[in-house]
Design a protein around this ligand. Structure first.
Ligand SMILES: NC(=O)C1=CN([C@@H]2O[C@H](COP(=O)(O)OP(=O)(O)OC[C@H]3O[C@@H](n4cnc5c(N)ncnc54)[C@H](O)[C@@H]3O)[C@@H](O)[C@H]2O)C=CC1
Ligand SMILES: CC(=O)C(=O)O
Ligand SMILES: [Mg+2]
Length: 435
């Protein structure tokens, strides 16, 4: 089944008689529409109004589904709205006070004059900022907008919905305050200077959707020059989750990962980090392909083997990972029976997992399931809990192994909605930090 990217909310009125919702659902299903949540919004004397979420393959497909619903006898389609856009109205995050402010004494405690005493305490002993402020539980989510998902250099403001999404996930899964920081520069010197100048307000820095190759220099310099943890999510968050998926696939297939050949398509931020992490884990045959000769040279510098063509890589490797941002790049004819195919580009993969499986892949997944949401929340929870000043390769490996350990047999990764996963990742990272 192809990915359904057009998601709409249909406001549908039906007669309040048994079978009428069933008629609507069947009609949508017969047309290939995928039904999500159904909510009853109003009940009249003889009718019921429901909001039905429907996903379709394309605008044309949506129109066909709508036409079918409109033609149902006794059914009225009142409105069609874009559910995803609607959910974003007003933004996804909001700063709230942890203290109630009802009385004058509350006001004096939370704000002036009481707050001045707390300022003095921190002035005398800056370490107390960890106790008396939210700094130790806040992470800056910093982007320059140059590689927003696979959408390219669309600017940091256009990337804000992604940054707000990361902040929402931080809050939901590990209770960290993620604060989006949108940069108006792509210059590495300026990025480093700006992040250093704001860093004292945060317990950690998550670099997000900063394109390659400048992301490598920016992350390296910030790691060296700051005494709080810094991680480029698209590099290491992605590599952690991908390694976990690869470990799980090999475990299910009864194969030793160290003996498998891993092929990486796209050697940018995500791709190069995935290769480095696989090599550090002991995989001896890591090959990669990229349009950029510089990207291939970087892989060689770290001990990987660049190859010249995509079909050559597909022919040679047992496990193929793609992070190019190019939808449909992998042709089904190239897939070998029994291969593991992870086409991780968002919002659309290099090949749909269903197509890869139909072409003979033993396991296949895309960026919706093999996603750094399984990594970055727990990694930062772990280092903030441990008050670590850095995120080390050993912590990242521990995080990958923790994710793999939470994965049910036959699956590649766990469900990110399972809170236990983030807790287990945090504990694994914290344990390494204390060791
Ligand atoms: N599932 C997940 O958790 C994640 C997925 N991604 C996805 O990976 C993709 C790439 O992200 P980044 O690595 O941050 O971007 P990037 O811009 O740093 O790297 C992309 C690389 O792909 C190469 N490339 C482009 N077209 C190619 C082709 N036809 N053949 C070979 N190489 C090609 C580019 O030269 C570049 O080196 C994006 O779509 C992003 O959404 C990134 C991070 C996490
Ligand atoms: C998931 C993510 O970070 C990306 O696609 O860029
Ligand atoms: Mg990203």
């Amino acid at each position: 089944m192809a990915e359904k990217n057009v998601i709409r909310a249909l406001m549908v009125q039906t007669p309040s008689l048994p079978g009428n919702l069933g008629r609507v659902a069947s009609a949508i299903g017969m047309m290939g529409g995928d039904i999500g949540e159904i909510e009853t919004v109003q009940v009249g004397p003889t009718w019921t109004m429901r909001n039905i979420i429907v996903s379709c393959d394309s605008e044309t497909h949506l129109q066909e589904v709508l036409e079918t619903v409109r033609n149902l006898e006794g059914v009225i389609l009142h409105a069609v709205s874009d559910d995803v856009l609607q959910a974003h109205e007003g933004g996804k995050i909001h700063m709230t006070s942890r203290l109630d402010i009802h009385s004058i004494s509350d006001l004096r405690r939370v704000y002036t004059p009481g707050v001045a005493e707390v300022c003095r305490e921190i002035e005398k002993d800056p370490e107390k900022a960890r106790i008396y402020t939210s700094i130790g539980n806040s992470v800056a989510i910093v982007t320059d907008g140059t590689a927003i998902l696979g959408l390219g250099d669309i600017g940091s403001v256009a990337g804000m919905p992604v940054m707000e999404g990361k902040a929402a996930l931080f809050d939901r899964f590990v209770g960290i305050s993620g604060i989006p920081i949108l940069l108006n520069t792509k210059d590495p010197d300026e990025i480093v200077r700006t992040v250093k100048n704001i860093a004292s307000g945060f317990g950690g820095i998550l670099l997000e959707d900063i394109g390659s190759p400048h992301c490598f220099e920016v992350e390296e310099r910030l790691k060296n020059e700051l005494d709080i943890p810094v991680m480029h999510d698209d590099q290491h968050g992605t590599a952690v989750v991908t390694l976990a998926a690869v470990i799980s696939a090999c475990r299910s297939a009864g194969v030793d990962l160290k003996d498998a050949s891993v092929g990486q398509i796209g050697l940018g931020a995500a791709g190069l980090a995935i290769c480095r992490m696989c090599m550090a884990y002991g995989v001896s045959d890591v090959v990669g392909v990229d349009l950029s000769e510089d990207a291939k040279a970087r892989l060689a510098q770290y001990g990987g083997a660049p190859v010249d063509s995509l079909p050559e890589l597909m022919e040679r490797c047992d496990i193929v990972i793609a992070t190019t941002g190019v939808p449909g790049l992998i042709k089904k004819e190239w897939i070998r029976k029994g291969q593991v195919i992870l086409s991780l580009s968002n919002p659309k993969p290099e090949i749909e997992p269903e197509e890869a499986l139909a072409a003979g892949a033993a396991y296949a997944a895309d960026g919706r399931s093999v996603n750094n949401v399984l990594g970055f929340p727990g990694i930062f929870r772990g280092v903030l809990n441990a008050r670590s000043t850095e995120i080390t390769p050993q912590m990242l490996t521990a995080a990958a192994e923790a994710i793999a350990a939470c994965t049910k047999p036959g699956y590649l990764v766990p469900n990110p909605l399972n809170a236990r996963v983030h807790q287990v990742v945090a504990e694994a990272v914290e344990t390494v930090a204390h060791s």
